[in-house]
Design a protein around this ligand. Sequence first.
Ligand SMILES: [Zn+2]
Length: 323
Amino acid sequence: MNFKWQRFQHFQPLTYLQHSLGALSILSLLILAPVFSCASQNDDPIPAFDEKNAYAHLVRQCDFGPRNPGSMGHLKCRDYLVATLKKYTDKVDIQPFPMFIPGSKKPVEAFNLIARFNPKKTGRILLCAHWDTRPWADKDSDPTKRNTPILGANDGASGVAVLLELARLFHAHPPPLGVDIVLFDGEDAGESGESQGWIQGSEYFAKSLKPADHPLFAILLDMIGDKDLQIYKESYSWEYARDIVKTVWDKAAELGIEQFKDNVRYAVLDDHLPLLRMGIPCIDLIDFDYPYWHTIQDTPDKCSAASLGLVGKVLVHVIYTQK
Ligand SMILES: [Zn+2]
């Protein structure tokens, strides 16, 4: 792997002042110091992630109803996501692709959404989440509900919510490297227990990516909004992108965030796999212990702003300490 993990060098205002002011008396230094320290606080290289903003994005997505491709909620939510990203960067692309749903012969139109920050930087990272929701609540305890589309507050909306709040931060405080946010469509229409039909958006995106455009590494967010947040190290991530897992978990430990658990648990078929297959180190941050997974109970009240905030905070610290 060809990237370095270096801490952001904190600016030393007093040292700088001493050099530049040279022979000025200590008294004048003391008078000037408060002015300078205010400027220093405004230039803090690590901005604060606003968990309430993120949670509002989660609720807003759910307000459109189920967002499975082919539905009205899907199109309305797509427009909302594009409009939100365009507030923070003028580099937003829509990547349409045909999506195949098991049991139906005709493909439906699906859309990956791509937003670039610091577009001219060559060293880039990729942050991603899926924005579509599952067309069937096939894990619901009530058999009569199993053909109903889910709302996907955690499974879909949570990861996107964190990325939209990060987009706001990237606009207000440009990160030290290039960042691309990709919202994948077509993740969640596979048949349970089968390997076909899942992760269609990330497959399409990964195949469309030129080798010169490969990011240094990628981080996928999926189901990170559960009120009872517990993120274990995902097995494929640990096997094929271990350095990134370690960096993220070290940062969480440094921040005292205990919801990032030390053990490896679950190997998940998710949007990180097409990127890993292309040789891009990509990890999946996922809390797979979610009792409402693929049920009609996956609603905003099962999620919390605090959980989104913890994941957002770790990501902000990982990203803004890159060089
Ligand atoms: Zn799902």
